[in-house]
Design a protein around this ligand. Structure first.
Ligand SMILES: *Cc1c(COP(=O)(O)O)cnc(C)c1O
Length: 441
């Protein structure tokens, strides 16, 4: 049937299949939560993955100055090449030297890291093919792939092994139609940082099965003390790696929309075809923002290391704070992150029988304690919530305390608490708990 129904007397216009099949899972889950915060407690959102939300983290003056200079430079108003200005690509190549040999020609500038991811997916996969993505993992992959008819297959990350990939599961999910393996390191939402050995194990599977890797390294260098960030491309002998990154998280400027793809292809497996494909795809938006591009060499070369160190140190101390607070909350198991800016917290749902799932737990916590965490369902990971560590210290502390009170109010019994932590205040004599017990019995 033609989409334009001229015969009928109503004029109707329908959205395309691509539009109808493009969904933002976080938005749809969050928008469906119909809860009002407790009016007696100020609302705290531990859900927003935007480090600028609370105003406590700011880019350094040099970065802002680079943009001011770019505004005054007339040339920053004109169109640039679709893949970006050569001097900006050169600056990204130098900034990314830890990834292996990178030349300016290997860099394609994009409108944010998510645009970089979209380019790689769209250029490497056809409708009907699949990409392997980590579970739990950042859901932009679902948003970007599904509308294009590209299937998502999930490989599990193991919470008891600091969220390493389940390698057997990963390998078992590969089939003839697998176009890409996505590796998010450091991870959103887990905060895990993979060591060399583990990255080599992943590369080994990719090499044996001849599947290229999309490395989402937007949190590159965002690692806590005692951990080391290693770019997976720097270890690859043969597997083509397309690394996606950008200014967004590390420079605290998500709204500036500046990201890039870096092509690592030592053995020329992707060849001219894929490079040409990426260049073709870049032309769909006539290239990214030139105001930021013109400032990029100065931003990447002149930002002092002390700025990065301070931000990471702050997030690490927030992680320690949230971990030590929530470890004492009955029924919760926080998993200490090694980097990025998030922490996953397991909710032992069997100890909260009045809630059907973590979604209900999260909803009730908003209505009673005015604290909102992202439910694990947003990452296809039920029984967990993700908290954001970039909020100011006193707000994080207050939120953790309220979460602890909430858990004590709703946990099933004092019996089950035994052995969790000697410091936990027993709640066995609270009427609510007795209710919970009788329901289970
Ligand atoms: C934030 C984020 C992105 C998107 O970054 P933008 O530059 O804002 O598009 C991509 N991947 C992960 C894992 C992220 O957390």
């Amino acid at each position: 049937m033609s989409r334009r129904s001229r015969g009928s007397n109503v004029w109707q216009v329908r959205a395309s299949a691509l539009a109808r099949n493009t969904h933002n899972l976080i938005r749809s889950i969050v928008d469906d939560l119909k809860v009002e915060p407790n009016p007696e407690k100020p609302f705290i959102a531990l859900s927003v993955g935007d480090p600028t939300t609370f105003g406590n983290l700011n880019p350094p003056e040099q970065v802002l100055q680079s943009i001011r200079e770019s505004i005054d430079w007339n040339k920053s108003r004109s169109y640039g090449p679709a893949v970006g200005h050569l001097d900006a690509r050169q600056a990204v190549a130098e900034y990314s030297a830890h990834q292996g040999n990178v030349a300016a020609e290997d860099v394609i500038l994009c409108s944010g890291c998510s645009h970089a991811i979209e380019m790689v997916i769209a250029v490497l996969a056809d409708s009907g093919q699949n990409i392997l993505v980590p579970r739990p993992g950042f859901m932009i992959y679902k948003t970007l792939a599904e509308g294009l008819g590209i299937n998502l297959k999930y490989y599990n990350l193991l919470p008891d092994q600091q969220w390493k990939a389940d390698l057997d599961d990963l390998e078992s999910k590969i089939d003839d139609d697998t176009a890409l393996i996505v590796v998010i390191n450091p991870s959103n939402p887990c905060g895990s940082v993979y060591n060399k050995e583990h990255l080599l194990e992943i590369l080994d599977i990719a090499s044996k099965n001849r599947v290229p890797i999309l490395a989402d390294e937007i949190y590159e260098h965002f690692v806590f003390s005692g951990n080391e960030f290693v770019a997976i491309s720097s270890l690859s002998k043969d597997v083509p790696v397309l690394t996606c990154s950008g200014l967004t998280k590390r420079f605290l400027v998500p709204g500036w929309r500046m990201g890039w793809v870096i092509i690592h292809d030592r053995n020329d497996i992707l060849g001219k075809d894929v490079r040409k494909g990426l260049i073709n795809f870049a032309s769909r938006i006539l290239g990214p923002n030139t105001l930021i591009q013109r400032a990029l060499p100065s931003i990447l070369r002149n930002t002092p290391q002390s700025f990065f160190d301070e931000v990471v140190l702050f997030i690490e101390s927030q992680a320690k704070l949230a971990y030590s607070e929530l470890r004492r909350a009955p029924g919760l198991r926080p998993i200490m992150p090694q980097g990025a800016m998030y922490m996953m917290v397991e909710i032992k749902m069997s100890q909260f029988p009045k809630f059907k799932n973590e979604l209900q737990f999260v909803e009730r916590m908003v209505s009673e304690q005015s604290v909102f965490c992202l439910p694990g369902q947003c990452f296809d990971c039920p029984n967990f919530v993700r908290i954001v560590l970039t909020v100011p210290e006193e707000i994080l502390l207050e939120a953790c305390r309220r979460i602890t009170v909430f858990c004590k109010d709703h946990i099933i019994s004092g019996e089950k608490l035994k052995g969790i932590d000697a410091n936990v205040v027993t709640v066995a004599n609270e009427p609510k708990v007795i209710c919970g017990l009788s329901r289970v019995a």
